[in-house]
Design a protein around this ligand. Structure first.
Ligand code: FES
Length: 109
């Protein structure tokens, strides 16, 4: 999976929580090569952020242009005002592991 994501790209991954529920996650590789994971759905509408444009560590929602920082989940442009959840990632060989059961908070960021 590491090789599937060039810097400046994102992909949608359906991941499973410990509870058994599936959630859509956007796995993003920033322009600097770092891997990040955020909720795939924009907090303004039902739009997939993995289909958005990556600029640095920002992903832009294609519907109305809100940009989310994939490191913090914070939007920097209206109309979205609510952050997306972010998840810890770790590279293990050729795989990018995402811990969807422990979303980042201000306390553990
Ligand atoms: S749906 Fe994403 S900014 Fe409106």
């Amino acid at each position: 999976m590491v090789d599937d994501l060039e810097p400046g790209t994102a992909m949608l991954a359906e991941l499973t929580l410990e509870s058994g529920a599936d959630i859509p996650v956007a796995v993003v590789r920033c322009d600097d090569g770092g891997f990040y994971a955020i909720d795939d759905l924009c907090t303004h509408g039902e739009v997939s952020l993995s289909e958005g444009e990556i600029d640095g560590c920002m992903v832009e929602c294609w519907a109305h242009g809100s940009r989310f920082d994939v490191r913090t989940g914070e939007p920097d442009e209206l109309p979205a005002m609510t952050p997306v959840k972010t998840y810890p990632t770790r590279v293990d060989g050729e795989r990018v592991l995402v811990d969807v059961d422990r979303p980042r908070t201000k306390e553990n960021a």
